[in-house]
Design a protein around this ligand. Sequence first.
Ligand code: GLY
Ligand code: MN
Ligand code: MN
Length: 442
Amino acid sequence: MGTTNSLPLSFEDYNIRQKKFLKELPEKTLVLIPTNPVSYRSNDTTYPYRASSYMLYLCGWDAPEAIFMAYQESGSWVTSIFVRPRDTKAEIWEGRRVGVEGASSQCPIDEAYSLNDMETVITEKINACSNIYSILGLNDSLDNITQNSNVEILDPRLILDDMRVIKSEGEIKLMQNAASIASKAHIEGMRKSFSGIGEWELQSIIESYFTSKKSGPSYGSIVGGGDNATILHYHSNDVQVNDGELVLVDAGCEVSGYASDITRTWPVNGKFTEAQREIYELVLKAEIAGIEACQAGSPWSSMHHATSKILAKGLVDLGILNCSFEEALGENFDGKYRNFFMHGTGHMLGLDVHDVGGGRQGDKGPERILQPGMVLTVEPGLYFGSWRTDITIPERYSGIGIRIEDDVLITADGPVVLTSSCPKEISEIESLIGKGLSETNA
Ligand code: GLY
Ligand code: MN
Ligand code: MN
């Protein structure tokens, strides 16, 4: 939108958010929320630009350097944005800008300013305020101005994060779209799998499907074959996946800033071995129980408790843990099962893949209660890395890593799985593998 595209949500959606946020702030407050800086990849080349999620949330402005501002005048809030002005020379190299005039009409704010006027306008507003709500560390010029004033700087994220946790109907539509695209991408990956496929080839199949839908990855895709599936944040994706090995694919995409996040695990030759099947069925059972625990009114930890109990019992039943169920689970869900399931069961999902307001990023206050409109992931896994030296890995399961991850919307009528079009039953997966291969690579 800061270039040429239109906003993903209605002006009304943004205005409702702005009002709700500003209503929480004390008298004589100045809000200054900068977007993300441009990041350099090497020398003078940059990473593809991604605006800050707070900027996208408040007004949808997706171009670099912008600052969202709000101040009170005669008892009412005025919302503004500082944007890069039109500049033909810069636009020739970097792309079109809508400039101040475009921002005034296309951005859901009351008034727009050029960044060239930032220092003067902000200094004047600071002189009339008693406190500033700003996010530090993103914009040095802005931080210099605010930190050199004698006004207290407070963090707006405590308020905004709570708001971002509940998704509007418009946001849910975008997230459903992201979830459906990623589901189809995984199906494409299954259909084009074969023994010996490169992890990078699978990555390319999945990410090119994202691109074909005008989307892109919402995080670095994880494509881990065999033992690589046991590395939780594996990213090199540069090894061939052999006959008899599983591949774990954790790849989601972004639609208008909103993320999906799916993991599926499948045998590249199209047939689970008995040992792989035992672990897969156990993880799937845990995942289904985790989803079922996603009920409005339940504490955040319900899904982790549900998955953990099933995994701990299954590990004892399979003889992988030679102890009682109680010892496997542990009093505080910290028993021996954690040797093989080391991460949390899920996290909030939204403008950030590990979204604000719960789970992984952790609440400081009391435990969050699940409410309609929240979207989260459920993603139990079991990992038996043959390379582990801290514990004994049973030979039968050595080199197996399995995670199953879905995106779940909490509703008053129970959990809705946004990624339900992505198969996860063994029979469904086996019937897909290799079905999309041409004769040359079959
Ligand atoms: N894709 C990272 C995660 O599942 O949390
Ligand atoms: Mn996840
Ligand atoms: Mn994931």
